[in-house]
Design a protein around this ligand. Sequence first.
Ligand code: SAM
Ligand code: SF4
Length: 434
Amino acid sequence: MDPSALFGTGPYAGYAYAYPHKTAYRALELALALEDVWAGEDTSSLFLYAHVPFCFQRCSFCNLFTTVRGAPERQERYLQQLARQATRVREVLPDARFVTGAVGGGTPTWLDEGGLDRVFDVLGHTMGAPLGSMPLSVECSPETVTPGKADLLVRRGTTRASLGVQSFVDSEARAMGRTQRGMTVQTALEALRASRVPTLNIDLIYGLAGQTPATWVDSLTAALEWRPEEIFLYPLFVRPLTGLDRRGHDAPDDRLELYRIGRDLLVSCGYEQTSMRMFRAPWAPVVHTPYKCQADGMVGLGPGARSYTRRVHHATRFAVGGGAVLDELDAWLDRDDPTRVDWGFVLDLDERARRYLLQGLLQAEGLDTVAFAEAFGDVRERFPQLGGLVEHGLAEELPGRLRLTAEGLAWSDAIGPWLYSDAVKARMDAWELR
Ligand SMILES: C[S@@+](CC[C@H](N)C(=O)[O-])C[C@H]1O[C@@H](n2cnc3c(N)ncnc32)[C@H](O)[C@@H]1O
Ligand code: SF4
């Protein structure tokens, strides 16, 4: 049976990487003090995230919170405000223990070595994160990685460097507004490999303009030559207000075919599929962290960073267009108190249960139904529509586990949005694009 009959959409309705999506956030009725947001929360195993909102270029597919207008003065103010925010947050959470972290963006490696060092100082010294003895991931783009920066990342405790290559075919990269050339990508990968970062991840996108099954295999093969510990395969989404959207570009309908080609090739090379997007090599180091994304909180620093406790998710306002991103960034730079919580989403029990369900179900190992039941009651009773997944052969019930089948994983981006609450869907639909 065609799964689109169940979902009312094709396989690519939306990427449920965080629930609720930031377009469902709104002004909080009462601005909350950070103290109140964290009152009663377990802060013994938190995720620490820092957002660097600058890039060398604005890629035409990208809707992340970033700007190309990072003049030295704005960059300096950003680094100062990040340090101020961290100092205040640490005062509120003096006992918080961070067990894992990430620096994302934007492009953290857009900063020069001095700027990167200051971000690591904020994480390690100001926030007290044990850099060097916890997993720490940093996002990089090809033009911005130098041997000096790659070495610095590792010296300061980076355990995973993620390089957004997207395509190893120059013409495909150019068509999405990326200036990189094959040589740039090679130089960046050489620098990251020479730095001996324990985990190298390569991001690739399928569904690009001009991409064919043959050129997709070329990109996959080129990535495999680096023996990366992880590879992420992203289906192209044409998101509102991005360059592709403004040019009226439609995402192609051969993505499912390209997905299968990519998955089968990586699995045949020994990679383990851990979600629709993520593949891990057998030689990838095993990462030990007590952090459980369903239960533990995140402290986000920087504009565009999301923070969450069990009950409150918050961030600065979502923006995509160049002007709106700059307005939001400059407003954050001007804030007297960069810890004020005035924009977000308060999760009731039902929303918490949905989040837990999504985070478990969309992983290849599936949802731990016993743990779910302890927190929220029986999952099939709470979400009777899950029966539809089983009937359509998209999920299977195993003892203590509800797990997507191979076909279910392929349809992850339809299953995620299908499980959003009506309230979240209504807010996302009503979001005014900016
Ligand atoms: C934080 S981003 C970018 C990292 C880095 N700044 C770079 O571009 O090289 C992480 C990944 O999300 C993926 N991505 C972002 N927007 C996408 C879209 N509209 N469609 C598909 N994949 C997307 C890209 O593969 C990207 O590398
Ligand atoms: S894909 Fe990466 S480099 Fe391109 S605009 Fe987005 S964050 Fe910046």
